[in-house]
Design a protein around this ligand. Structure first.
Ligand SMILES: *Cc1c(COP(=O)(O)O)cnc(C)c1O
Length: 415
């Protein structure tokens, strides 16, 4: 492989035109779209329009005339196309953490009704902390127990005590991807429900929640969906379960008829009962621009084409770094079928400083404590030559020991 070969791959890339949808700052190779996606070109003008016209001129009339009220459902229908569910099954609201609270609570209620003896929420020890914290708090409140296992032990830990298997599809740190269909099947065989967090999969890998027979799913708007910092999240409940329980945050937007202003709660039909309060219109408008950047791939092969390119990018980067930086240990799976859209390496001491030295060179990845150098690959805007050049920068940082500089060893709040 040579740099010219990478340029040739770009020239032949059927998705290359999608990069023009983004405002990428010059001189930056952005390998952190799994943490905060890049700003789409359409977003600033769209948010400006919502502010100036819909809010400024339309004022309160825009709840009807600009369709603000139905944004959670309309945008939900767009995301539904990316995760393999039908229109009307998914809504956009709140944050991933809050949506997890809603669906995990509903899952515990279903389990409790079916059997009083299933008292365990089973999850992975290396799951993203907010998922574990929410589960821990709910378990305390509801008299359940949160049990953590390593990924490979999960099937064996699915016994008659497990109420819910709660997993993140692609691990935020290692990039390891679970077999959603197989684990969901194992959970069901054991009599448990399966809840999936798609924070690192939605917009990054093809998903088919119905084919996998999942029960609940949540996901994040600001990672591969490019919705902007703190963008709203999404929530999906299998239509079989959607009306079985009230979710615990029974706000008026989840009411069957909020503008009757009646004192009693009557949940809305279907997934809309998973809404809580007033939609965050500005954030939803920005998120829609982000989701549209992913849907723009549909005529070019959609998620399958994005996945093929993502795998080729991560293969190229991992191979180059392994060939040139023997000090770094590849942590993400080499097997394509088990790797999400990121590549990670570990180093026992230098991880943080190496990432800082790379950022100073315009190659933006991130560090995940205690020892992980993490590089996310968003095929919508990354080129093969970016993967090549990023690996070259990393090689130079290691060979020239740039990580020694004191400013690269000063920890900031967000790593
Ligand atoms: C990013 C991420 C979140 C983020 O949750 P917020 O409520 O948006 O802070 C949650 N879970 C996982 C697995 C994530 O990767």
């Amino acid at each position: 492989m040579t740099r010219d070969a990478a340029l040739a791959l770009d020239a032949a890339d059927p998705l290359r035109e999608l990069r023009a949808q983004f405002e990428l700052p010059p001189g930056v190779i952005y390998l952190d779209g799994n943490s905060l996606g890049v700003l789409p070109r359409a977003t600033a003008a769209r948010v400006q329009q919502v502010v100036r016209q819909e809010w400024g001129e339309g004022l309160i009339r825009s709840w009807n005339s600009a369709g603000w009220m139905t944004l959670p459902q309309r945008l939900g229908d767009k995301i539904a196309r990316l995760v393999g569910v039908g229109a009307g099954e998914l809504v956009v609201a709140d944050s991933t953490s809050i949506n997890l609270f809603k669906v995990l609570s509903a899952a515990l209620s279903i389990a409790q009704e079916a059997s009083g003896t299933r008292r365990v929420i089973l999850s992975e020890r290396s799951n993203f902390p907010t998922d574990l914290y929410i589960a821990e708090a709910l378990a305390r409140e509801r008299g359940f127990e949160l049990v953590l296992a390593d990924a490979d032990e999960l099937p064996a830990r699915l016994d008659h005590r497990v109420a819910v298997l709660m997993l993140t599809h692609v691990n935020y740190r290692s990039g390891r991807m679970h077999d959603m269909a197989a684990l969901t099947h194992a959970a069901h065989q054991a009599g448990a429900l399966a809840l999936w967090d798609l924070a690192h999969s939605a917009g990054a890998v093809p998903l088919d929640l119905h084919a996998a027979r999942a029960d609940f799913a949540i996901g994040c708007g600001y990672k591969y969906l490019n919705g902007g910092p703190g963008a709203p999240a999404f929530v999906w409940v299998h239509p079989e379960h959607a009306e079985r329980f009230w979710q615990p945050l029974a706000g008026w937007m989840g009411h069957a008829s909020p503008f009757e202003f009646t004192p009693g709660y009557r949940p809305a039909a279907g997934i809309s009962r998973y809404l809580c309060g007033t939609p965050a219109v500005l954030s939803l408008a920005a998120l829609e621009c982000g989701v549209d950047t992913v849907l723009a791939a549909e005529p070019l092969g959609g998620m399958a084409a994005l996945r093929a390119k993502s795998l080729a990018l991560t293969r190229l980067f991992a191979a180059r770094v392994q060939a040139t930086c023997p000090e770094l240990v590849l942590v993400s799976p080499e097997d394509d079928a088990r790797r999400g859209s990121q590549v990670c390496f570990s180093h026992p001491e230098l991880g943080y400083a190496v990432v800082q030295a790379l950022i100073a060179r315009g190659v933006i990845g991130d560090f995940r404590s205690p020892d992980i150098l993490r590089f996310g690959f968003t095929p919508l805007y990354l080129r093969f030559v970016d993967a090549w050049d990023a690996a070259e920068h990393l090689r130079e940082v290691m060979q020239r020991e740039e990580w020694r500089r004191p400013e690269f060893n000063q920890r900031q709040a967000v790593t």
